[in-house]
Design a protein around this ligand. Structure first.
Ligand SMILES: NC(=O)c1ccc[n+]([C@@H]2O[C@H](COP(=O)([O-])OP(=O)(O)OC[C@H]3O[C@@H](n4cnc5c(N)ncnc54)[C@H](OP(=O)(O)O)[C@@H]3O)[C@@H](O)[C@H]2O)c1
Length: 270
């Protein structure tokens, strides 16, 4: 299927590694021009070089920006720089790293504030800053869409990840509200909920659980795989394919939806 994304202009946050970088790669392969951001200049520049090697796209199709998505001013600057470079923005992917692990006795008030800033406020910051650009795209009758990277913890809380369980629930409420409001303007808003997917974050999670529980990393990861219907951990590319479709004009009648990409790990009916 032709996703009809040639020349779309995208901004992908948290894209120096993992799921964000994989989405950027897939968008470039579909012919989009893509701005990527993360907090660290050397990591985001390495990601740009990797994307250029992987996709063979022209250098001016990838813009690497340093931006901390928890900082409103940093987000405003990055989106303005991306829109300036590409002449506008059509697609925005909200994303950041995952919060620290822990249950009720493990987390301080500061940890709670940090988790909410990282995974909820960053999403809100990015969407607020993106709106003027997406509205400008719609005035030119271009397809405009927001995709929020959330987590399967929004559907089925993970006991070792209280911060994620709470912040992602907020993201889902925000996504549904925003989709309802922006629908009349023709801007689609969806979220995508990854299950256990092979990235740096997954390694960090299994190492952290290994330290807390003494279980081996192999045993922890085998447990995650066993809990899914497909009995394995997902790949970045599988996740990026679903994300890219949701951003494309071919998903133009899909909005307000939360797509779980988890190999069947969530056990609820709906
Ligand atoms: N992988 C999974 O199995 C899985 C499952 C469920 C949910 N998730 C969630 O999906 C999201 C992405 O996960 P991932 O596996 O791709 O993680 P990852 O490999 O750790 O990548 C996270 C990316 O976000 C960037 N980042 C972190 N904090 C940032 C900030 N404040 N501002 C801007 N960029 C920031 C990091 O780059 P810098 O360090 O250079 O800033 C990196 O590029 C996370 O929220 C994670 O919790 C992942």
């Amino acid at each position: 299927m032709d996703l009809r994304m040639q020349d779309a202009r995208a901004f992908v946050a948290g894209a120096s590694s993992g799921l964000g970088r994989a989405i950027a790669r897939q968008l470039l392969m579909e012919g989009c021009r893509v701005a990527i951001c993360s907090r660290t200049a050397d990591r985001i520049e390495s990601a740009r070089d990797w994307l250029l090697r992987e996709t063979g796209c022209p250098p001016h199709h990838v813009l690497a920006l340093t931006c901390d998505v928890t900082q409103e001013s940093s987000v405003l600057e990055a989106l303005a720089a991306a829109a300036g470079h590409f002449g506008g923005l059509d697609l925005v992917v909200t994303n950041a790293g995952g919060p620290r692990t822990g249950q009720i006795d493990d987390l301080s008030a500061e940890d709670w504030r940090g988790g909410i800033e990282l995974n909820l406020m960053s999403t809100i910051n990015l969407c607020r800053a993106a709106l003027s650009h997406l509205r400008a795209a719609r005035r030119q009758e271009r397809h405009a869409s927001i995709l929020m990277i959330s987590s399967l913890s929004a559907k089925q809380p993970i006991m070792s990840l209280y911060l994620s369980n709470v912040a992602r629930a907020g993201v889902q409420g925000f996504a549904k509200s925003l989709s309802e409001e922006l629908g009349a303007e023709g801007i689609t808003v969806n979220s995508i909920l990854p299950g256990y997917t092979r990235t740096d974050r997954l390694s960090h999670l299994s190492e952290s659980l290994n330290e807390r529980t003494g279980r081996s990393i192999e045993d922890i990861e085998a447990g995650w795989a066993a809990n899914s219907a497909l009995k394995r951990i997902g790949t970045e590319d599988e996740f990026a394919a679903a994300a890219t479709f949701l951003l494309s004009p071919r998903a133009g009648f899909i909005t307000g939806q939360a797509l779980v990409v988890d190999g069947g790990a969530v056990k609820s009916l709906l």
